[in-house]
Design a protein around this ligand. Structure first.
Ligand code: GLA
Length: 398
């Protein structure tokens, strides 16, 4: 479904439910990270792109005077969310409501005056697939509130507001990558983001001879909750032993010299991060030069490091990468790696466009044979970031 189709669909559904058309429509994309994994919270570099999968919200001011934001999901069987603006906003049930709750709380903390809203949500970002479905939801909610208040927020502040929502309302101590790319994605561009300075560099990726394939393993291992914060702590421990503010400031040589001072797990975590930051910078140069074989090799190296040193891969992700590697450059695959936090979710592959169909078939078939699971595979060009799709002047609260 294209964004236009999705938006028309949500708009029509809103009208069916509420008997009037929506006043505002906002969209925010999911993302795939090409390289630079578990580097964002180490002040390093990441190289994601927004994908053609979106969270879309249609909304209008609530006709009653109650200060309630009511959000329904267009998917059947999802419990709706009600946010009561007359009481302090706190995390609660249903859980998915914590993303928009956190965003609303962020707007109120900035002094925004909000009134009641009827909202309908539909998202084509696969849930829990490592493609930032939660960031898409947060950034979509923030974009909708920008429209409804008539007050745009600076993009960096907007991304940080959404990250804060995830920290404080969803309890996930994520880095800044997902929210930044959902806000700042550009068509046919990857985003090289320096997570320390927050400087962004748009790297053109418009060579029609290559395509990005996203392979959803359709598994999610329930480790993520505890493992992610643990990785952050291990990285901080390594930086402390090395006497640097973060692993961004460490070198492979300094780490090697300090090997005896840290336990093996902490050493390997740091080795991944230091190597991955370097790979990400090189990969961005490779993309600029359309040097796809080099970018592909860096992606494989990233996967190995995530699997062996950072230990965030899983058998299903490893299977996809092995299959891709066995197809190899002759079959049109330049590189492949797990993407996102890990423990399931998606792998990303860089392939020759002309071979993409055949590669998808081979990966799906072999993956099913090895694991018994159906993968979901799709391709995406780098997509534009969040935006307001419809903004009829109406009630403005602020
Ligand atoms: C999750 C987090 C991001 C980032 C990745 C790993 O997606 O939300 O901030 O840390 O994991 O690269």
């Amino acid at each position: 479904m294209t964004l236009n189709e999705l938006a028309s669909h949500v708009s029509a559904e809103f009208k069916k439910i509420h008997g009037r058309p929506p006043r505002w429509l906002a969209a925010a994309p999911g993302r795939v990270n090409v390289i630079g994994e578990h580097t964002d919270y180490n002040d390093g570099f990441v190289l994601p792109m927004a994908i053609e999968r979106y969270a879309v919200m249609a909304a209008d001011g609530a006709p009653d005077d109650k200060k309630l934001i009511r959000i329904r999901d267009a998917a059947p069987g999802v419990e709706p969310v009600t946010i009561d603006l007359s009481a302090p906003i706190r995390p609660g049930a249903p859980k998915w409501g914590n993303y928009p709750r956190g965003v609303v709380a962020g707007f109120l903390a900035r002094g925004a005056r909000l009134g009641g809203l009827d909202v309908l949500l539909q998202s084509t970002v696969p849930l829990g697939g490592g493609l930032s479905s939660s960031a898409a939801l947060e950034v979509c909610a923030a974009t909708l509130l920008e429209a409804a208040t008539g007050h745009p927020i600076d993009p960096v502040e907007k991304a940080l507001l959404c990250q804060k929502a995830e920290h404080e309302f969803a309890g996930m101590p994520c880095g800044i990558m997902d929210q930044f790319i959902s806000v700042m994605g550009r068509e046919n561009r990857l985003l090289l983001l320096d997570c320390r300075s927050r400087k962004t560099d748009l790297v053109p990726m418009n060579d029609p001879s290559v395509a990005i394939l996203i392979v959803n393993t359709n598994v999610k291992h329930e480790l993520t909750g505890s493992e992610y914060p643990m990785r952050r702590k291990q990285c901080e421990a390594a930086a402390k032993i090395l006497g640097v503010p973060s692993l961004r400031d460490a070198t492979a040589e300094a780490l090697e010299r300090a090997r005896g001072k840290m336990d093996d797990v902490v050493f390997r975590r740091a080795r991944h991060v230091i190597g991955e930051i370097e790979r990400t910078v090189h990969a961005a140069e490779g993309v600029r030069a359309s040097n796809w074989p080099t970018v592909g090799l860096l992606m494989y190296a990233s996967h190995r490091s995530l699997r062996d040193d950072y230990e965030v891969s899983c058998a299903e992700l490893d299977a996809v990468v092995e299959i891709a590697e066995s197809i190899g450059p002759r079959g049109g695959v330049f590189g492949c790696r797990m993407t996102g936090g890990g423990f399931g979710g998606c792998a990303v592959a860089l392939v020759k466009s002309e071979a993409a169909g055949a590669i998808s078939k081979t990966i799906a078939g072999e993956y099913k044979r090895k694991t018994g699971i159906e993968a979901t595979i799709f391709n995406s060009r780098p997509a534009p970031g969040a935006r307001i799709l419809q903004n009829q002047t109406g009630r403005v609260w602020r």
